[in-house]
Design a protein around this ligand. Sequence first.
Ligand code: SAH
Length: 509
Amino acid sequence: MGDSVPATVYLVGAGPGDPRLISVRGKELLEAADVVLYDGLVSPLLFANLRADLEYAGRATEDGRKRVLQPEINARLIELARSGRRVVRLKGGDPFVFGRGGEEAAALAAAGVPFEIVPGVTAAVAAAEYAGISLTHRAHASSIAFVTGHEDPNKPGQTIDYDRLAGWPGTVVFYMGLNRLGRIAAELLARGADPATPACVVSRGTTGLHRTVSGRLDDITDKATAAGLKAPSLIITGACVAERHAIDWFESKPLLGRRLLITRPAGQADEAVARALDLGAEPILCPLIEIGPPDDWKPVDDTIDRLAEFDWLVFTSVNGVAHFLDRLFEAGGDARRLGHLRLAAIGPATADALAARGLRADVVPQTFRAEALAEELRPHVADARVLWAGANIGREVLIEELTAAGATVEKVAVYTNREAESLPEPVAAHLAAGEIDWVLLSSPSIARNYARLSGRYPTQSPPKVAAISPVTADAAREAGLPIDVTAAPHTWAGLLDAVRDHVAGRLDV
Ligand code: SAH
């Protein structure tokens, strides 16, 4: 506060829906931000790994968020900048295109607050390209008009010249027009537009819920209404629309239109989300367990000091690897402290986490379960001293079986695994409405938690359930959840491929 120079405010375009379409500059600024003020069109997936505080600043939404008025948003941006916090104002698509970013910039300029503008991919361009439409197709369009459909064509004082749009030499894209589609089409037809002009509506373009309905100017309204398209949607008219089937690459994605719950703990879902997006799905993050540091580091530090006493170091999760090795490093040690130890990993992801730190697992069982790990270790551990870097909770099978094989086993809890107390709000709403297609379970504790929490939202059409491994599938069944597919290999990529195969009708899993 006080006399210091205000921080710079960044007006950033988030892109049209697919979270990977934000610019590199935009992503860097988001990651560095203290506070992000976002609107309702921004993909929540962009928030997954941010340290910033999030504040909603947009229109009222279906899921109950209240409208924040423009003067309040402007005032808030100025206040935050003056308090020295790094502020990103994140807006769907491009911040200026039908986005009032210009007004926000003007308010900042008037208040003497420095700002920068980071353009975004605007919905018209992105949704069209994901629908296979070239807005400036050389044979059909020498111009594009971006038009707001928000103004009522019958209202006196409206500023859109429908006479000119009816004779427009190219493509017209209406933003914010879904509710007025009938009136817009009627107005264009009344002003002499050809009824056979190709037209389409692209709903939720570039997201996993992307849908396109195409027709002609004289039937598009009925078709779009019959299809029950939802906002946000764009209306595109012009001959270029007719060419789209030759290149509608996105609409053949195998999981398009499916909402998947990704139950990975926060901060560890990137790979799963990326794979889901590649397959055209709509991933929704639903962390069911929270991974945190141990309540007390002392036992971990003591074990790190006593590493010389052990022969084997065993990891049963990526979290175990990360927490143990990070702590060792922070305490001033490095991989040389493990030089005398042999290493075991329960599965490929855990082995990969070791490899990422320059360490190769000596033992990785074929199947991802504690019994298999014990089986593999048995010939090596008679009289050996084994250290298991694991979680505060979990199965004790490993200890029992290795002890029976003659080993001395010590377990140290290098992280805690806490159960979520409720499902995230949007997930609960979608579940209750029967709008989740699949839930992807990646560990027994996640499976048990999901069964417990989802039981509170009974629905006629519960999601199908995919399990990462037989152990996870068993835990789910014991908790009352029928399993539709079990992945092989037991990785997130394997899990998503199993769902894809099931959807494609290849039910061999
Ligand atoms: N600044 C945004 C537009 C904001 S106006 C941009 O540059 O894209 C809001 C309108 O944008 C919606 O009513 C809809 O017409 C359009 N829109 C935004 N995202 C969209 C999407 N993913 N698919 C289709 N239309 C979208």
